[in-house]
Write a protein that binds this ligand. Structure first.
Ligand code: SPV
Ligand code: MG
Length: 559
């Protein structure tokens, strides 16, 4: 070794550490002179947990895969159902998996097909036991019948001849000790199976000490790798397995057994307490589940593959007015109107919550009257310091930088049901207004302030099949009631193009010297003269304009 270059050694080392395939990885574990360990898993999640724990290989246990399906270890699950479970496990990890193939699910012919299908799904090896289909778990009863040696050798040969990868591992499991046939029979069978082409021998025992395993190993003399399952002789120090020259130890069923205890305790506690309080700290977090199943990767993939969603912003006009419920009630008194309390949170917070529920997180609030009191986390505040002598169009102009891309515009003193907003967002129109065709149904008393009344090219018909769009002609507060088609709710949506039109209209008002005094009805009426401004009619108590004490009482019942 002295003349081998260190880099060559490093290459050799990394080649050994990173086998090209899972087949090769399992072969390396089985054939390496050091003791290897395979940890039981029975589904995709437990397979991930085995990998996370640092094991280098998985034992797909027949007992635990069946039990996890609520079935007995008696071939009650068909082989293709087992294959489905195995596929989830293989998909969930990068580890090589040694499959408990029971008896091979029939004769040599079933073994052929089973092995081919395992290889196709990336399962790295199979263990076949020398019993008869349908099998019974080795720890049930005594003296279970064994397969004829020659017939079983035929199954082994058929399996090896059917493997699709040269490194696929076939382990032949000798049940002679378990079924009381003695050491000689065990050795005779092991030898025959080895000659038939088995890559390793699993010598099984149900004694509580490893004595017969060590005797077998001594006589076997390392003619092929030995695999053991110390479920019953669990107290044997692992070091003794090393000394005996065992190749691989299978920890056969302990994750399912651990899960059973944990699930039982948790179920009993929740049943008893009728509460989750005592279990919350004891169970894996939901976040942990997300992490285990790789949600982070999905998020990355969404960024790569989904079309980027344009961000919808909102501008909330909250510059004018005072708390209708404040001292000396009436607009101009007390707190800014948008900060009145609605069931423990401000009107503005309630409005922004509705926006966020509909996916709008980029919110700009224009404040003015009592601006120090207008506070809300996660929104951008813009000030109209001339609120006393300017109108709504001026306030909107203060936020004109925020009118980019799809934009929702809302008065800061309205509440509306989410479906109203969602309907506007779903509309294909460039500009669309929410209009109450029933005349402010949620209002408790006539509004003291002006209503934004709407004249459209079509009235609300109420007819189920009538879905032709209506368009704004005019909006003002002095429209005669018989002429008005409804009241604007103070909620509008602009597409990216509509937002551009809105900015142009603001600029036009500014150029004409009208921006200081214009209100939104004027702005929207002018917009409608140049571009289609669609109207969506709503009826029923789906919104509220908080102008009066009566409105405030209604707002507290809203929702
Ligand atoms: C299994 O885990 O399904 C086994 C090992 O076959 S044993 O239960 O010990 O038979
Ligand atoms: Mg089994």
């Amino acid at each position: 070794m002295g003349d081998v270059a260190p880099s060559a050694l490093r290459n050799l080392d990394s080649a050994l550490r990173a086998p090209a395939t899972r087949f090769a990885a399992l072969r390396r574990e089985i054939e390496s002179p050091t003791l290897s360990f395979l940890m039981e898993a029975h589904d995709g999640l437990s397979a991930k947990i085995v990998e996370e724990a640092g094991f280098r290989g998985i034992w797909a246990s027949g007992l635990t895969m069946s039990a996890a399906l609520g079935l007995r270890d008696s071939n009650e699950a068909s082989w293709s159902q087992v294959l489905d479970v195995l596929e989830y496990m293989a998909d969930a990890t990068t580890l090589p998996i040694l499959v408990d193939g029971d008896t091979g699910h029939g004769n040599f012919n079933n073994v052929r097909r089973f092995v081919r299908k395992l290889c196709e799904r990336g399962l790295a090896g199979v263990c076949l036991e020398d019993k008869l289909f349908p099998k019974t778990n080795s720890f049930i009863g005594d003296g279970q019948p064994l397969a004829d040696i020659d017939e079983f050798c035929g199954r082994i040969k058929a399996g090896k001849d059917s493997q699709l990868d040269d490194d696929f591992v076939l382990v032949a499991r000798v049940e002679a000790l378990v079924s009381g046939r003695g050491m000689e029979e065990a050795l005779r069978r092991a030898e025959a199976y080895h000659r038939a082409g088995a890559d390793a021998i699993l010598i099984h025992s149900k004694q509580s000490t490893a004595d017969e395993i060590f005797t077998f190993a001594r006589h076997w003399g390392g003619r092929a790798p030995l695999v053991i399952v110390p479920t019953m002789y669990y107290a044997t120090p692992t070091e003794l397995f090393r000394e005996a020259g065992i190749s691989t130890v299978i920890w056969a069923n302990h994750l399912l057994r651990a899960a059973i205890v944990a699930m039982r305790e948790t179920a009993a506690r929740i049943r008893q307490d009728e509460s989750l309080v005592r279990v919350e700290g004891q169970v894996a977090s939901v976040k942990d589940i997300f992490r285990l199943v790789g949600n982070a990767e999905l998020e990355q993939a969404e960024k790569r593959y989904l079309p980027a969603k344009p961000v919808t912003g909102a501008v909330v006009l909250a510059a004018s007015g005072g708390d209708p419920g404040g001292e000396g009630a009436g607009p101009g008194a007390g707190r800014p109107k948008c900060m009145v309390d609605i069931r423990g949170r401000s009107l503005l917070a309630t409005l922004v919550h509705t926006l966020r529920e509909s996916g709008i997180h980029d919110v700009t609030v224009v404040r003015g009257y009592g601006k120090e009191a207008v506070r809300l986390g996660g929104v951008r505040m813009v000030d109209n310091d001339r609120h006393a002598e300017t109108g709504e169009a001026w306030s909107l102009a203060c936020a004109r930088d925020a009118i980019r891309g799809e934009t929702v515009l809302a008065y800061g003193d309205v509440l509306f049901r989410r479906y109203v907003l969602d309907s506007l967002l779903a509309s294909g129109a460039d500009v669309v207004l929410a209009v109450d065709a029933s005349g402010g149904a949620a209002r408790q008393e006539p509004s003291p302030g002006p209503s934004d009344l709407v004249v459209a090219d079509r009235r609300f018909s109420g007819h189920f099949l009538d879905d032709a769009p209506a368009h704004l002609r005019r909006m003002a507060s002095d429209i005669p009631p018989e002429e008005a088609c409804g009241e604007w709710m103070g909620l509008a949506r602009f597409s990216a193009r509509g937002a551009e039109w809105l900015r142009e209209e603001i600029a036009a008002l500014e150029a004409e010297g009208l921006l200081e005094t214009a209100d939104l009805p004027l702005l929207l009426t002018r917009l409608a003269a140049r571009h289609p401004v669609q109207i969506l009619y709503f009826t029923g108590p789906c919104w509220l304009d908080v102008d009066t004490l009566g409105d405030l009482a209604a707002a507290r019942n809203f929702g």
